[in-house]
Design a protein. Structure first.
Lengths: 155, 267
């Protein structure tokens, strides 16, 4: 089991004195611990519920949420500008399983420490986070699930 | 004789054609590119570049003009203007814009142009320091730096400046904010790539203070730093902070050799 496993994540959160509650904002909710398998995948839904691909598509577009389009090309023709920083995700559901996609949205640095991509579900280990965002994740656990559900449809 | 003339005409025609070909290539940016260093000018839209190219069109020249008036304005208890000591800025300020920030012995750290101006005001003119981002400080900084327009950036990073340069470099490479990105992430690793609707530049500093179309006014380099920091959801430092002045030296050296463009026009 990886160091990011359930027990360690809990210990980190409590140790950092952040406690379990993240007060306000877009991702204002209790941080949900998760288990990483072989540094490759997070098999289970963070929330225990399936994601909604249509909502995930909206999160990917929204500049204050996923903003996936900032860096990636996606099959979202009604949006005029798609970034060139990350890989084209048009067929990403063919390349990775849901669990592998979940890990990459939650914290891609586990797979590639040098990646440009932010960890969308990691409220710790960051430098000089603005007050409004301190202790918060970029996406809520359910938004992560929605994005994962959307990405798995891209085949 | 006639044959020689014809040959010469043909040859010069060929040269014109070759030059024409070269000019249509994107890589030919003249002074705005030095080896792999590219001014923000080379990433700007043609319309934006055209505004910068024409001093009568460039709205930032209003700030430069104001700076020129302030240069001759007596202020403070010592009854002096900048010109009282420094006389003709075209001569006395010819290098400043290309060589700052510098190590300043009495303070044991770096100072940039804004801070040098305010030191002169408080210590020599016995006048009040201008506030950061005030019309006056922006105008005087733009005016002073404009005196070095076209000169290659040539800062010193050795000797007593060395440890501050290293701190600036560390800042540049440090990931920060909720988005966990460093200056380097965008401007070193991804210059030339689109980030949604925006083209990422190398983030060169040679045109500051610069007129940003987004701001609809002239702004300082430190204002731009604060904006970048906030965009990655990091707590910005204060304008004029040691952290930003150190970063300013690192950036100037990163663009060493690029011409001072102040006042540039950018998105």
């Amino acid at each position: 089991m990886a160091w990011q496993s359930l027990g360690v994540v809990r210990a980190l959160i409590c140790g950092a004195g952040i406690a379990a509650l993240f007060a306000t904002g877009a991702a204002a909710e209790e941080f949900i611990a998760f288990k990483i398998d072989n540094n490759e995948s997070i098999a289970n839904s963070l929330t225990g519920k399936p994601g909604d691909p249509a909502r995930g598509r909206e999160v990917a577009i929204n500049r204050k949420q996923g903003n996936c389009l900032a860096c990636h090309k996606l099959p979202i023709p009604e949006q005029p500008f798609h970034g060139e920083i990350g890989p084209d995700l048009s067929m990403i559901g063919d390349t990775y399983s849901a669990g592998e996609l979940r890990l990459r949205v939650v914290n891609p640095k586990i797979v590639n420490p040098d990646t440009f991509m932010p960890a969308f579900y990691r409220p710790y280990g960051l430098h000089r986070v603005m007050k409004n965002f301190q202790g918060k994740t970029i996406l809520t656990a359910q938004q992560v699930e929605d994005v994962v559900a959307y990405l798995t449809t891209l085949k | 004789m006639r044959r020689t003339v014809l040959a010469a005409v043909a040859a010069s025609g060929l040269i014109v054609m070759l030059a024409g070909t070269a000019l249509t290539e994107e890589s030919n940016w003249g002074a705005y590119q030095v080896n792999d260093k590219r001014s923000g000018y080379t990433y700007a839209a043609a319309e934006t570049r055209a505004i910068q190219d024409d001093d009568f069109e460039n709205p930032a020249m209003l700030w430069v003009d104001t700076g020129g008036e302030l240069w001759n304005t007596v202020e403070g208890e010592a009854g002096k203007a900048c010109a009282s000591c420094h006389e003709d800025a075209a001569e006395t300020m010819a290098e400043v814009g290309a060589t700052y920030p510098v190590y300043y012995e009495p303070r044991g750290k770096l100072i940039n142009i804004e801070q040098r101006i305010n030191l002169c005001r408080t210590e020599n003119m016995k006048a009040k320091a201008w506030k950061w981002e005030s019309r006056e400080l922006l105008s005087m900084t733009a005016f002073v730096r404009n005196q070095a327009r076209g000169k290659p950036v040539a800062v010193k990073i050795d000797g007593p400046a060395a440890p501050f340069y290293e701190k600036g470099k560390e800042f540049y490479n440090q990931r920060r904010g909720q988005l966990d990105m460093a200056c380097k992430s965008c401007h070193e690793d991804n210059a030339g790539n689109m980030i949604r609707a925006n083209l990422l530049s190398q983030g060169q500093s040679n045109g500051f203070p610069t007129y940003r179309l987004k701001w609809q006014k002239v702004g300082s380099l430190h204002r731009r730093f604060r904006g970048c920091n906030k965009q990655v959801r990091a707590t910005p430092y204060k304008a004029g902070s040691d952290e930003y002045v150190n970063l300013e030296l690192f950036l100037a050296n990163r663009g060493q050799g690029l011409p001072v463009e102040t006042p540039a026009v950018r998105n």
